[in-house]
Design a protein around this ligand. Structure first.
Ligand SMILES: *Cc1c(COP(=O)(O)O)cnc(C)c1O
Length: 366
């Protein structure tokens, strides 16, 4: 093992792309609110907590009048199944440019009650939006966490627009009125734990869920969006939520709003990723993976390494020094670093990361 000098190390070595760094202050808040743990989610204290999360999210994204903040258990992966059950009427169209956008496409393709989905594909490291067609749902990811490519958020065609914002929400701006469903989970920019999905729903999305339900389609209760909507209006979930997840999320939202809201938080993320892209552009052994600067994610930076640098060894050396989770997405299989630069990550720690990598590589290829 190569020992990194103490003064080079970041204050916090967590750079995961999800789950991601939890602020120590949020953990302190969690212990302060210990009295609420183990109490009923049907009673006022927990319902007030859910309501506070819903209000803060609505404020952070200035969601349009008539939109609702809906939540349920199971994370973004389960939300894909909710969408297959409760939002796609006949056919969806997908922009696929990485593993996460592909998973939603695959979930829709497997559903026996739906027609084959349309697909627009781009190779990893670039971006593809769905083409306008006869689809009633258009779906893609704002930030493809597996590749570090970011896509625009805008209307396409006549269908509902469903944006997977799992790793974008809380770190990237978006015009929510250009979407019908902007959904995410709290373990990325929101620095909480996994297991929950949250979504901003337009009136058209609510209407779609209700009309599919009224058509008599069989929908498992836990995947029925109308059930989640009804519960969310009561600041509840269908079944028991993880209260610690909600408490960590509440604290993070309060911190974000106090900092100055979404634009300030988004600037902080972009500052961190820009540090990495600029460093890689100037490096002899590193290059930004996403070729088009306009498509480079402001929240998850992917950096290719030259062949002479053994990425696996570099990542192991970093880990031995307390700098963790900069591994590339496993299915991508590249000689690469992938760095989560979410809201909680201090840009100064990102500078320290680049210095640590330079230090290690100089000694590895010496
Ligand atoms: C992390 C991630 C998911 C999966 O989230 P889970 O809550 O683990 O299901 C889906 N989409 C994107 C873009 C992600 O980054």
């Amino acid at each position: 093992m190569i020992q990194l000098p103490e003064d080079l190390l970041p204050v916090d070595g967590r750079f995961g792309s999800g789950p991601a760094k939890v602020r120590p202050e949020a953990l302190e808040y969690l212990s302060l609110r210990g009295d609420i743990m183990g109490t009923s989610h049907r009673q006022a204290p927990v319902r007030n907590l859910v309501a506070s999360v819903q209000e803060s999210l609505a404020e952070l994204y200035s969601i349009p009048d008539g939109y609702e903040v809906v939540l349920g258990n199971g994370g973004s992966t389960v939300f894909w199944d909710v969408a297959v059950s409760s939002l796609i009427e006949r056919r969806s169209a997908h922009g696929v440019f990485g593993e996460f956008s592909r998973k939603f496409y695959a979930a829709a393709a497997r559903a026996p009650h739906l027609e084959n989905p349309a697909i627009s594909e781009a190779p990893a490291g670039s971006v593809a939006l769905p083409e306008p067609t006869d689809a009633d749902v258009y779906a893609w990811a704002q930030n493809e966490t597996s590749t570090g490519a970011a896509a625009p958020v805008r209307r396409i065609g006549d269908g509902l627009v469903l944006v997977d914002a799992t790793s974008a929400a809380g770190g990237m701006p978006a015009d929510i009125s250009a979407t019908d469903v902007y959904y995410f989970a709290p373990q990325k920019n929101f620095s909480s734990d996994g297991g929950l999905w949250l979504a901003f729903l337009s009136p058209a999305a609510v209407e779609r869920a209700e009309s599919i339900k009224a058509s008599g389609r069989w929908i498992p209760e836990s995947l029925d969006l109308t059930v989640a909507i009804r519960n969310s209006r009561q600041h509840q979930t269908l079944n028991t939520p993880a209260l610690a997840t909600l408490l960590l999320l509440e604290d993070q939202l309060g911190w974000m709003l106090e900092l100055g809201g979404l634009s300030v938080v988004a600037d902080r993320c972009a500052e961190s990723t820009t540090i990495l892209y600029d460093w890689a552009e100037g490096s002899e052994f590193a290059t930004p993976f996403v070729a088009n600067p306009a498509e480079r994610s402001p929240v998850v930076a992917t950096i290719d390494l030259a062949d002479e640098v053994d990425g696996k060894q570099l990542i192991a050396e970093l880990r031995a020094n307390g700098i963790v989770d900069v591994d590339p997405y496993r299915a991508l299989g590249r000689n690469q670093l992938r760095v989560g630069c979410y809201a909680s990550v201090d840009p100064e720690d990102v500078v320290a990361l680049t210095e640590c990598v330079d230090y290690l590589v100089a000694r590895m290829i010496g």
